[in-house]
Design a protein around this ligand. Sequence first.
Ligand code: SAM
Length: 320
Amino acid sequence: MLDQFGRTIDYARISITDRCNLRCVYCIPESGVTLFDHADALTFEEIVRAVRLLANLGIRHIRVTGGEPMARRGCLTLIEKIASVPGIESVSMTTNGLLLRGHVREAMDAGLSSVNISIDAVDPVLYEKITRGGDVHTAIEALDEAVGAGLHAKVNAVPVRGVNDCDLANVARLAQHRPIAVRFIELMPVGCAKTLSPIAADNVRALLERELGELHPDTKTRGHGPAVYAKPDGFMGSVGFIGALSREFCAGCNRVRLTSDGQARLCLNRPDGLDLRALLRCGEGDAAIQSALQSAIYNKPARHGFGETGDARRMNEIGG
Ligand code: SAM
């Protein structure tokens, strides 16, 4: 459907849990984290009903995220249910990959169309420090399992000044001999990231060019999002840049979000969405809920307003 600014909204990111097996420094505090009560999380039936209503409104692509989506029991069963909703053309997942390793084929059989694996450093010590305990070898094994099985795969990395700048070119090199895109996402000031320093997309690009040589525009690589792609000489894959702040892409934003506690968000940075869980649980019929969703999506805000507005929620709660 079109929103009030004429943007086509056809993509929904659904956080299926706020739980994660890692504690990435820019995403979730090491300890003292209050997690949603299990009863507050949408059930599979509620998520699938929401997807059905969203599909009726023109949503065609779903991304399952979290928290760590694979940390929710039955994640692949849920993917299968979502993939079979009429109108849904693709179901992808954003994951740290650790719990996906060994399950790629099963995920594809369930209907997973593509996967984004988050790898912020390839140096094992640095990765362990950033994720507070993760093993980068497992993440790379999951990536290779996906590539080997022919699953469309990308890598996400968030450059943070003074944290992983030294290893970004090595992260980019994951695309040297693999047919994948490694995307660098500007750190957004959400939750604990507010105290860290982003590296603007242009500066990441300059940093990569110093180590990898000139980057040539790559217009062939595309996703459902705002990344701009380029290719270093001799690379099988490409690198991508998502300038969430430095190259605001709100004018072309095509997405809505659903948090794991059932709040429909029209923008990552705006808490004033729709309490879908309340509607799903109060006995409302499909027509009324769909109409509420339609009006919420129509009123999607023009801009994210980072720096002007914001809320106290962490990325693992909203769904990155
Ligand atoms: N656990 C999964 C993972 O690691 O990919 C999915 C959830 S995670 C919140 C989804 C994505 O959001 C990851 O690629 C992560 O790097 C990114 N992310 C988290 N906090 C961010 C922030 N403040 N700015 C930009 N990206 C962020």
